[in-house]
Design a binder for this molecule. Structure first.
Ligand SMILES: NC(=O)c1ccc[n+]([C@@H]2O[C@H](COP(=O)([O-])OP(=O)(O)OC[C@H]3O[C@@H](n4cnc5c(N)ncnc54)[C@H](O)[C@@H]3O)[C@@H](O)[C@H]2O)c1
Length: 456
């Protein structure tokens, strides 16, 4: 399809004719930052706005055409380009309509909820010859930009941590789509992840996801997450996302250097008012969008790359058993019914392949400490200290990694199980600093033993 001729677009590109005519679709919480940036740029002119809510439309400056259906705005002939600031699940269809109508598009992050949709949008932009531009505002943040410009020698960087943490309710409007997994696409990973990841990519270059964990999941929406990535030259990067701070926000990037010092770009430093850093960042977005339109369709949009990272993070994290800040069981309690006082260096136990074992109420199992670090199923375990036999008061699941407390004191973590005496009992192997026996731990018959999953 040949794109319709749009006069002012060339104008904005060269600066020789009239301004680029912009329509804003979605007039919620973030739209005012776009509206101000458009107003302050003489190469841009706001000509139309669209929202389902007439109250929001009424707030537009006079002379700006108002629509409740984005298709009418696109067909009006009033815009060369649109800014899309709709709930996440609407981005894919509305951006497709806009590109197909011949408009250039600046779309809020995340470009889409699913990777396939982001790739499809890139294809539509290519087919129509229009500019597709995802608005990542943190890459224009002055403190992030300075860090990118003054990055220390990369060989001196040991690791990098990016934090994007807030209380989500302080950043949203009345519409609760953020808390609807279908409409938002998830929680803090898809909402805050794109800005954090894009800022880190701006500073460090391409990133590859290695691992991810989500947590504090409420109604399918995660309120915290950690992502582990690496740069092309092997610098480890951690992203810490949180939607559940008591109040306030933490948004920064810290380089941990090999000499023990740190360099931090605090995105909010110097911008004391709530969201006050956004003004210069959204001016940056609109100036860059204008430049992208001028440069023509050859420019590659980073939106799909970031959607891919988010998509992968969800696939990895959702496949995991564990969740952050979500205890999966109550502590399992047992009591010592027989003590053992000896140790051996040639016991020849075998680490079983099972990560966890179910235990019924009233069952008795043997507790064995070891200073070896068995991790591979079938691994032989020789250095052991015997603690005794414990009766479980209630049915539970004992798992590798559970912390073990004897008489209230943390002695180690469950390393796994040896089944040489099964079905009589399991040997529960407890990884300890030193070999521990009932004698060295000063245990008495009846002392409590507690298995607790580690706090995350
Ligand atoms: N709020 C922030 O701090 C922030 C920051 C960066 C990016 N963003 C992104 O901006 C986008 C919008 O977020 P928001 O916080 O402004 O949301 P919002 O809910 O405040 O605003 C969305 C607006 O879209 C309107 N709308 C909904 N469906 C519509 C439709 N079919 N046609 C026309 N209008 C419709 C709603 O009436 C509302 O005014 C999201 O993608 C979000 O991730 C938000």
């Amino acid at each position: 399809m040949t794109p319709p001729a749009i006069g002012p677009e060339a104008a904005a590109a060269t600066g020789t004719e009239g301004p680029l005519r912009i329509g804003v679709i979605g007039l919620g919480v973030i739209a005012p930052f776009f509206l101000r940036a458009i107003e302050e740029d003489r190469h841009l002119r706001l000509t139309a706005g669209c929202d389902l809510d007439p109250v929001k439309l009424a707030g537009l400056p006079s002379g700006v055409a108002r629509f409740t259906d984005h298709r009418d705005l696109l067909a009006s002939g009033l815009v060369d380009a649109v800014v899309v600031t709709l709930p996440n699940d609407l981005h894919a269809s509305v951006v497709t309509d806009a590109l197909d109508s011949g408009a250039h598009v600046c779309c809020e992050k995340p470009l889409t909820v699913h990777s396939a949709d982001a790739r499809a949008l890139a294809a539509v932009a290519e087919r129509t010859g229009r500019t597709l531009f995802t608005a990542f505002h943190r890459r224009y943040n002055s403190n992030v930009d300075r860090l990118a410009a003054e990055l220390p020698d990369r060989s001196t960087i040991e690791r990098v941590v990016g934090r994007y943490q807030e209380r989500i309710e302080e950043h949203t409007g009345n519409d609760r789509w953020y808390l609807d997994a279908e409409r938002c696409g998830g929680g803090c990973v898809i909402d805050n992840g794109p800005n954090a990841l894009d800022a880190l990519r701006h500073v460090l270059g391409e990133l590859t996801l290695k691992d991810a964990v989500i947590g504090d999941v409420r109604g399918g929406v995660e309120f915290c997450a950690e992502l582990w990535l690496t740069t092309d030259d092997g610098i480890p990067v951690t992203v810490e996302l949180d939607w559940a701070l008591p109040t306030g926000e933490v948004k920064d990037i810290t380089l941990h250097l090999k000499d023990g010092t740190t360099v931090t770009a605090d995105m909010l430093a110097g911008y004391d008012g709530f969201k006050s850093s956004l003004d210069h960042e959204y001016r940056g977005i609109m100036a860059d969008f204008r430049a992208a339109v001028a440069a023509g369709p050859s420019r590659r949009d980073d939106g799909p790359v970031v959607v891919d990272l988010v998509d992968r993070a969800y696939r990895v994290a959702r496949a995991k058993e564990a969740r952050l800040r979500m205890p999966s069981k109550t502590p399992a309690e047992a009591a010592l019914v027989k003590l053992l006082f000896h140790r051996r260096g040639d016991r020849g136990m075998t680490l079983s392949p099972w990560f966890s074992r179910c235990v019924r109420a009233g069952e008795v199992h043997e507790l064995v400490s070891t200073t070896e670090r068995p991790s591979v199923p079938g691994q032989r375990v020789d250095a052991v200290g015997f603690l005794g036999f414990a009766e479980f008061g209630a049915a539970t699941v004992v798992e590798r990694g559970d912390e073990v407390r004897l008489g209230g004191k943390l002695v180690g973590v469950v390393a796994g199980f040896d089944e040489c005496h099964f079905p009589n009992h399991y040997n529960i192997l407890i990884e300890t600093e030193r070999l521990v026996t009932a004698e060295t731990a000063d245990l008495r018959v009846g002392d409590p033993v507690v298995f607790r999953e580690p706090a995350s």
